[in-house]
Design a protein around this ligand. Structure first.
Ligand code: G16
Length: 561
């Protein structure tokens, strides 16, 4: 880095001092905190995004969002050139610069890192960053801080894409770097055309019963509702009603949205008795999570939840069916059959019943810690990798080699047996790969795939829900003095630090039939999360309460008595 560059960073960073006492970590999905303390962090991440762009000689993305967190929080994360999350190798540097106490120290850290990573400022391309934000009121001023960060790197360009869902920004970064069409309109066109294509391949045009035609979507009072409105206009055949779009005056993520619905298992605001029998879905604040539900007829505040595990199961079932159709080819095609490796990735939050179901289907199921960054990486090892967290965050990844094979197979079948069942299966898989976001979990593309598969199978939400019965579960959060005091292993199922707490959890778990429980530090909020499941709801509740008490005794403020 030359002196001119150093003094530019020094000058601009002195405009964004780190507030006293602030210590941030890149966490599960970027930096998150109360928006009022985030300007310096977002400014620094602007520089980080530019450095990442220089290092990779590709475009990167910067998204300002705190997703499911409360409206007064905000956050910032980077999309790598692939469209996925920032490479984990750069996270320690992200933490270091975010917490750097003085402008001088900050410049020194950057200078050392630039040398270590051999980042060239005289490369063929200068840095280019796509900037996006969700609907949070603090987004506008934080975006300004991000731009100032980007412009602190000589020659860097920040392109303001306005208000977007997080998955849209990731999709655009991936598409631009692949020289594909990459505007927001292109995103909507790709989703809507591949959805229509998939629906046209529904066998015998199975029709759903009348009540099943309608879908009501809870937009979490965030960005997802307004984007779905746009998409809806391009899907003329679908009857979608959007509630909690943010226009009605509700508060982002407050009593609404996928996180609330999945964790509390109650109806979001704006849903009532008259919705019984109708298929409903909830997005989260930045539309990267999706869950479905139906309102219970005997208790209108309760719902039957169809969570990320069931979305995963529906997708896995469909993909497996298409692969089986492909295998039914005649002898003359045997040589050309491709043994596609299909894998499924879950976390410790996956309901035990879902894992049993997926294994009974004959699928390979693997586990990673919480956080899409881990699941995505694992899923990318397969020809078709399906990953979902129970909270509704996930997608399906297709390998390049499998897509090449599918395209070649389609060409061949077009000349030999056009319109055959095999060709339809090939076309369905190709349509899924175009519909479902290949960069990151995306509630809008996930929703369209669910809808297309339900139509294909002629299923109601009740048929879908009956795939298996969830073991009753409960999730709680406990405020603790320092969440980083908890260190876990084995995909977060075992606590290795502090000592003795795992033994105490084991004693509690042993008291309940089909009991399972774990604790882990949240990567997005200042809490420890507790998960418990057991054979009946009362047992799951009681196990979760006992484990939460242990967490409080070992790590908290001792409020549990
Ligand atoms: C983020 C991550 C998800 C993760 C969730 C919860 O979601 O992208 O992969 O499941 O945080 O994280 P934690 O339990 O560590 O707080 P989102 O939707 O908030 O971006």
């Amino acid at each position: 880095m030359n002196d001119n560059q150093k003094s530019l960073i020094l000058k601009s960073s002195s405009q964004y001092p780190l507030p006293q006492g602030v210590k941030l970590s890149y966490g599960t999905a970027g930096f998150r905190a109360d928006a009022s303390i985030l300007e310096s962090t977002v400014f620094r991440v602007g520089i980080l995004a530019a450095l990442r762009s220089l290092k990779t000689q590709s475009l990167t993305g910067l998204m300002i969002t705190a997703s499911h967190n409360k409206v007064t929080d905000n956050g910032v994360k980077i999309a790598d050139p692939s469209g996925g999350m920032l490479t984990q190798e750069w996270e320690p540097f992200a933490d270091a610069i975010a917490n750097s106490p003085t402008p001088q120290h900050f410049v020194q850290l950057i200078d050392e890192f630039v040398k270590k990573e051999n980042i060239r400022f005289d490369g063929v391309r200068s840095a280019k960053i796509l900037l996006g934000r969700d609907t949070r009121p603090s987004g506008e001023s934080l975006l300004e801080a991000a731009k100032q960060g980007v412009y602190s790197i000589v020659g860097a360009t920040g392109i303001d894409m306005g208000i977007l869902t997080t998955p849209q920004l990731h999709w655009m970064v991936r598409a631009r770097n692949k020289d594909m069409k990459a505007t927001e309109l292109d995103y909507f066109e790709q989703l809507s055309s591949s959805f229509r294509f998939l629906v046209d391949l529904t066998p015998n045009q199975i029709k759903m019963s009348k009540t099943d035609d309608k879908l009501i979507v809870d937009g979490a009072n965030g960005v997802g509702g307004e984007k779905l409105e746009v998409l809806k206009k391009m899907l003329n055949s679908m009857d979608i009603e959007i509630r909690n779009s943010g226009k009605e005056g509700g508060v982002l993520n407050e009593g609404v949205g996928a996180d609330y619905v999945q964790k509390e298992k109650v109806v979001p605001q704006g849903f009532h008795l008259k919705d019984v029998g109708i298929r409903c879905a909830s997005l989260d604040g930045d539309a990267d999570r999706l869950v479905y539900f139906s309102v219970q007829s005997n208790n209108t505040s309760k719902i039957d939840l169809v969570d990320g595990d069931k979305i995963l199961s529906l997708f896995a079932l469909f993909i497996k069916e298409q692969l089986s159709i492909l295998k039914m080819e005649g002898d003359d095609h045997v040589d050309e059959n491709y043994e596609a490796r299909l894998g499924v990735v879950q976390t410790a939050y996956a309901n035990g019943a879902s894992t049993d179901y997926l294994r009974q289907l004959g699928l390979e199921v693997v586990f990673t810690p919480t956080g899409v960054k881990y699941l995505h990486e694992k899923a990318a090892e397969y020809d078709i990798g399906i990953y979902f967290e129970a909270n509704g965050h996930g997608t399906i990844l297709f390998s390049e080699s499998f897509l090449t094979w599918l395209n070649a197979r389609n060409n061949e079948l077009s000349s030999k047996s056009k319109g055959s069942e095999q060709q339809k299966a090939v076309l369905r898989l190709l349509a899924v790969s175009n519909l479902i976001n290949q960069a990151v979990g995306d509630a809008l593309s996930g929703l369209l795939l669910v809808e297309a598969i339900l139509q294909y199978k002629g299923w109601s939400i009740y048929n879908w829900s009956e795939l298996y019965h969830d073991l009753p579960s409960r999730q709680l959060k406990v405020k603790v003095v320092d969440r980083t005091a908890v260190v876990t292993a084995n995909a977060e199922t075992v606590v290795v630090r502090p000592p003795l707490i795992q033994e105490a959890i084991n004693v509690e778990v042993a008291k309940y039939p089909q009991g399972r429980s774990f604790i882990r530090p949240s990567g997005t909020e200042e809490v420890i999360r507790v998960y418990a499941e057991a054979s009946i709801q009362e047992a799951a509740d009681s196990l979760a309460n006992s484990v939460a008490k242990l967490a409080d005794q070992f790590l908290g403020f001792g409020n549990s008595g």
